[in-house]
Design a protein around this ligand. Structure first.
Ligand code: ZN
Ligand code: FE
Length: 294
């Protein structure tokens, strides 16, 4: 039986929550919510540290999973507040702000920890690689694993139920820094993510949208979609609300790192010192300019 309308829930700690229904996905006016048939999943970005999000998914039976729990206390608080039981942990990459809370959580919750093949993630119990699927039963979710090197070499994304959990690879209006990978690797990873359906909800690891937006605006000041997104972002941040999840369609329309083939972005790259002979060079130019942008 199909449920009627999506519900939007606000929480005292200023997080936005969304509802995911399984089956036929449709986008809604509020991109943090999507709905499909049958069971319901709630999607919640838990703010942690200065600008991280720990993504939590839970069903109405009180069963939850978290992605990149850098801070155990944040997760414990959310579990307690919502009366949830932790059932699994998913990790996208080895950086401490994404895995730092795992050991402490495991002390209280003996749950599987899905992580990419990387010795630096010692708490992993199930290693995942590109093309594999993860099927969880409670909550009932299924993710495909995508290898997306660039920010780090072993970085993965989890894609399923209309969600893209992409860690520090794709941000709203930006992308992650190249700590380990090459521009070619990162571009290939972003190209992969960019091919997902437009209604896919981008659940990124950081609230960087406003700063990313300032850079994006210098690259494409005349992009009306970007201008609209910047207005939306300013409104959300004024109310201390997350700008995530965003939709992949919005990112394709606004995020310069997904738009290196767009005329204005290519022109901007060509005008920079160093030029931009091909798309990898354009991406490298764009990424290095963002590295020093203030
Ligand atoms: Zn990172
Ligand atoms: Fe991070």
């Amino acid at each position: 039986m199909r449920r009627a309308a999506a519900v939007r829930a606000g929480f005292a700690d200023c997080t936005r929550a969304g509802i995911v229904r399984r089956g036929t996905l449709r986008s809604t006016a509020t991109p943090e919510i999507h709905q499909t048939a049958e069971s319901i999943l709630h999607l919640i970005p838990l703010p942690a540290f200065a600008d991280n999000y720990i993504w939590m998914l839970h069903n109405d039976a009180g069963q939850a999973i978290v992605v990149d729990p850098g801070d155990a206390a944040v997760v414990e608080h959310a579990l307690l507040e919502r009366q949830l039981q932790l059932r699994a942990i998913l990790l996208t990459h080895h950086h401490h702000d994404h895995i730092g809370g795992v050991a402490e959580l495991l002390g209280r919750h003996p749950v599987p920890v899905y992580a990419p093949v990387d010795d630096r993630i010692v708490e992993a119990t199930i290693r995942v690689s590109d093309g594999e699927s993860i099927e969880l039963t409670s909550p009932d979710v299924r993710f495909e694993v995508l290898a997306i090197p660039g920010h780090t070499l072993s970085h993965v994304a989890y894609v399923g139920d209309g969600l893209l959990l992409c860690g520090d690879t794709l941000f709203s209006l930006g992308c992650g820094r190249l700590f380990e990978g090459t521009p070619a690797q990162m571009l290939a990873s972003l190209d992969r993510l960019s091919q997902l359906p437009g209604e896919t909800l981008v659940c990124a690891g950081h609230e960087y949208t406003e700063a990313n937006g300032r850079f994006a605006h210098t690259v494409e000041p005349d992009n009306p979609s970007l201008q609209a997104r910047l207005r939306e972002v300013a409104g959300l941040r004024t109310r201390q609300l997350p700008t995530l999840p965003s939709s992949l369609a919005d990112e394709r329309a606004c995020n310069p790192f997904l738009r290196i083939d767009a005329g204005p972005v290519a022109d901007w790259c060509r005008r920079q010192h160093g030029g931009a002979s091909d798309r990898i060079a354009r991406f490298a130019t764009l990424r290095s300019a963002k590295d020093v942008f203030r």
